[in-house]
Design a protein around this ligand. Structure first.
Ligand code: ATP
Ligand code: LTN
Length: 335
């Protein structure tokens, strides 16, 4: 990863849970940005299966989705040669560092996490300690690799900030140990909303109003034609008064690279009957190559296995270095 004779490049870490199929939201908020970052940074991209079990998963489905997610990562443009691509549970240092960091995280801090509040409402019959300490494991993911930047959607900003606070606290007690990470949030697509309810985030655990990366073109078109809009006719970017249309414009812009002003111009004088299928078309074309490539990769299990095994080895090597430092600082006897 590092080039000889030059200063080490900055590090990127990010991950997505294999708790459902990847969505257009996670693509636009996260993965789409992971790809160009590979040119300038040393990137580490993870499939965070340990986070996925903070809510109940079907074991066979979790296993299948983990492999599918790997195939989709690569189909989206992650390059397993330049970047480290691996599965979280294959690198035991994540759980080990999470334990230590949990001892430097306040109960009150975790209680304030919006995702915990939302998910504990949604899974009221199963509010586990794992769901509560989820951000500590996420902090361990990031700090193990001394990441400078964490490319995520808007909803994860609070978790990255908590990670920073915990790192700062630890550094304050024991001297500099961790790099303080910053969230990297895209201008367009940081918060893609549900097509069925533009007041809530498009989320893989809420399949209504959700477009999946692997959806067939006709399914995508149908979902866009049904998207909730408003009773006006004008295609205008105004998230407060026109949340449905603004969300569709955001998706269109993130898919085509146009600015909202340019997009408004394209659809000036045209009604929603033209606009909605045009957004659908843009998304179909954006996702078509990804879907086709992921299908091909899923058929080659040996290739995928090679990637996650090598990824785990490279990740472990980096993670072990940080964990050794941490164990020494807190006063554990060396093995
Ligand atoms: P879940 O419903 O299980 O919480 P999710 O659909 O919200 O899952 P995550 O795995 O939590 O997806 O998120 C993966 C990454 O994609 C994160 O960086 C997150 O910020 C980003 N992301 C998820 N949904 C969206 C969205 N609707 N818009 C923009 N970014 C998103
Ligand atoms: N909490 C994130 C997934 C995640 C993550 C990370 C993202 C787990 N560990 C480390 C960035 C860096 C989510 O998308 N729900």
């Amino acid at each position: 990863m590092e080039q000889a004779n030059s200063a080490p490049r900055k590090r990127i870490f990010s991950g997505i849970q294999p708790s459902g199929d990847l969505t257009l939201g996670s693509y636009m908020g996260a993965i789409k940005n992971w790809v160009p970052l590979q040119d300038e940074y040393d990137c580490i991209y993870c499939i965070v299966d340990m986070h996925a079990i903070t809510v109940r998963q079907d074991p066979a489905l979790l296993r299948r989705r983990t492999l599918e997610q790997l195939a989709q990562y690569i189909a989206c443009g992650l390059d397993p040669v330049r970047s480290v691509v691996f599965i979280q549970s294959h690198v035991p240092q994540h759980a080990e560092l999470a334990w230590v960091l949990g001892c430097y995280t306040q109960f009150g801090e975790l209680s304030r996490m919006t995702q915990f509040k939302d998910k504990s409402k949604k899974h009221a019959d199963n509010i586990t300690a794992g769901l509560f300490t989820y951000p500590v494991l996420m902090a361990a993911d990031i700090l193990l690799y001394q990441a400078d930047l964490v490319p995520v959607g808007q909803d994860q900003k609070q978790h990255v900030e908590l990670c920073r606070d915990v790192a700062q606290r630890f550094n304050g007690v024991y001297s500099d140990t961790f790099t303080l990470p910053e969230p990297f949030i895209p201008k367009m697509g940081a918060r893609v909303m549900s097509l069925g309810d533009p007041s809530s985030k498009m989320s893989k655990s809420d399949p209504d109003g959700c477009v999946f990366l692997m959806d067939a073109p006709e399914v995508i078109q149908k979902k866009f034609k049904r998207a909730v809009t408003d009773s006006e006719t004008q295609v205008r970017f105004d998230p407060e008064h026109k949340p449905g249309i603004s969300n569709l414009l955001t998706i269109y812009c993130a898919a085509t690279g146009k600015s909202p002003e340019e997009a408004e111009e394209v659809f000036q004088g045209q009604g929603y009957g033209v606009f909605k299928p045009a957004v659908g078309d843009a998304v179909v074309e954006l996702l078509r190559p990804i879907r086709e490539e992921a299908g091909r990769l899923m058929a080659d299990k040996a290739y995928l296995e090679g990637i996650y095994k090598e990824g785990a080895e490279r990740a472990s090597h980096l993670a072990a270095k940080t964990l050794r430092k941490v164990y020494k600082k807190v006063g554990f006897v060396a093995r």
